[in-house]
Design a protein. Structure first.
Ligand code: AMP
Ligand code: ZN
Length: 466
């Protein structure tokens, strides 16, 4: 398996520290609000990477933190006149609701920064004792020039970084590139007792500390969105490797940004959607199919048209599944027929191709194409004359390939019926309300999916036509 490593800027053979095991840490959300679809891309990408590693037989420890103390948390908590803890509790619950609805597997652990305060303080103490950090008036800064490899992840030399630094506002820092690992308490801020007085940790230190505490000094994969390469991950490396004298992570993986209508999403432009808003309109399978239709290192544009096209793709896949499920009820031959043996071998080649694509740095875009090729093949070659064994085999194969992508896991027959019944009720209500255009739209949409409604004296009936 090949993985692109941001550190070396190339695809490398994936070899874990302990055979068969993967320890990975992904930077998670700051829990001051609902997460947006940009965040969702990063969460879905790493969820898929984790699922695929499991699919390939690795035992994966997947850690994703909650940043529950920082400026954004403090500002919102103060605005709402609640404690930072209450704000964090609330948006962690909201995170789980949305992530569960996106079919994101729960992490092995979701550590919260505020629950690791003793460990964080000890980590900072070690850095001060070893001369990598210094205190000024209750603040503690990491001394970047003490860590000779500073800049190695983002590929910048200390000199370049200094030349580019326009942030030398803080006169008390020894060097403009130095960054805070501990911040002294300011009025209205929550604070913890430390050897440098009351204060709170900087952002970068929480990840260094929690990764170390939960997974050990060297981990297999560290990930996050591309914006985290500098300074967040650069600073994590400096802190962890200075303290432990060991490589922090073997592989550094970063997912590209999700833009909206070809523009960067931002709060000030007000051009973003929360994941929740999108999930109200689209099924998780559709959102995942859309997000995984591009390679994770390629920027992806979010638009209504692209989501609609993902929706149509998803329907094509589920139609195939529901046809197969119907065939299970209709086929006449139970066991595999002699003439089907070669065909099964042919089907296995799709799985081999799928694995080949995913093994190549998680190429989900090409892997999804393989699933579509498979569906096309079975749509033409599986029929009521196939054996039950073969239909079962094909269904298992589709579900199997969907597992690492987190799609195609739903039971379709039941869902389809329920969905149609709900739409029929909506149409009846529209007709009662004399909303003829809505009633017609529901009927036409169903027709486009091959479902025809018949108004009979006994009520509305539906049938599927091909
Ligand atoms: P935050 O809550 O802002 O710290 O972000 C949580 C995660 O989402 C980080 O890994 C970010 O890199 C990632 N992220 C933020 N915005 C985007 C975006 N537009 N596209 C993809 N990932 C993003
Ligand atoms: Zn982090």
């Amino acid at each position: 398996m090949k993985v692109f490593n941001t550190m070396t800027r190339q695809k490398e053979e994936f070899v874990t520290i302990n055979q068969g095991k993967v320890n990975m840490y992904v930077c998670g959300p700051t829990v001051y609000d609902y997460f947006h679809i940009g965040n969702a891309r990063t969460f879905l990408v790493f969820d898929t990477i984790r699922r695929y590693l499991e699919y390939r037989g690795y035992e994966v420890k997947f850690i994703q933190n909650f940043t529950d103390i920082d400026d954004k948390m403090i500002n919102r908590a103060n605005r709402e006149e609640i404690s930072v803890k209450e704000l964090g509790d609330r948006f962690i619950q909201e995170y789980y609701k949305d992530a569960d609805n996106l079919n994101v597997k729960r992490a092995t652990v979701n550590p919260r920064a505020t629950e690791f305060m003793d460990e964080i303080i000890n980590f900072v103490k070690d850095l001060v004792d070893e001369g990598y950090a210094y205190e000024v008036d209750g603040d503690v800064y990491f001394s970047t020039k003490e860590f000779k490899e500073y800049g190695k992840l983002s590929g910048q030399s200390i000199e370049d970084l200094q030349a580019g630094a326009r942030i030398s506002i803080d006169e008390r820092k020894k060097d403009p590139m130095d960054f805070a690992v501990w911040k002294s308490k300011k009025p209205g801020e929550p604070a913890w007792k430390s050897p440098w007085g009351m204060g709170r940790p900087g952002w970068h230190i929480e990840c260094s500390c929690m990764a170390n505490k939960i997974l050990g000094e060297t981990i297999d994969i560290h990930g996050g969105g591309i914006d985290l390469v500098f300074p967040h991950h650069e600073n994590e490396i400096a802190q962890s490797e200075a303290r432990n004298g060991k490589v922090f992570s073997k592989y550094w993986m970063h997912s590209a940004y999700l833009n909206i209508n070809n523009k960067k999403m931002s709060k000030s432009l007000n051009n973003f959607f929360t994941a929740r808003e999108i999930l109200q309109r689209y099924d998780a399978d559709v959102v995942r199919l859309f997000m995984l239709s591009a390679h994770y290192r390629t920027p992806l544009n979010f638009s209504a048209e692209l989501l609609e096209s993902a929706k149509a793709s998803n329907e094509r896949l589920y139609n195939a599944v529901s046809n197969l499920e119907r065939l299970l009820e209709e086929v006449k031959v139970e066991s595999l027929m002699e003439s089907e043996r070669d065909y099964i071998k042919n089907l296995d080649s799709y799985k081999e191709k799928f694995i080949e694509k995913m093994d190549d740095d998680f190429n989900t875009a090409d892997a999804i194409s393989v699933i579509f090729d498979l569906v096309k093949d079975i749509n033409t070659n599986i029929s009521v004359n196939s054996s039950k064994k073969l239909v079962e085999y094909v269904l298992d194969l589709i579900r199997d390939l969907g597992t690492p992508l987190g799609i195609l896991q739903k039971s379709t027959v039941y869902d389809l019926e329920e969905e149609i019944e709900t739409l029929i009720e909506e149409r009846q209500k529209a007709r009662k309300d004399k909303d003829w255009s809505l009633a017609d739209k529901i009927r036409d949409d169903l027709k486009a999916r091959g479902i025809v409604l018949e108004d009979t004296p006994q009520g509305v009936r539906w049938k599927k036509v091909n």
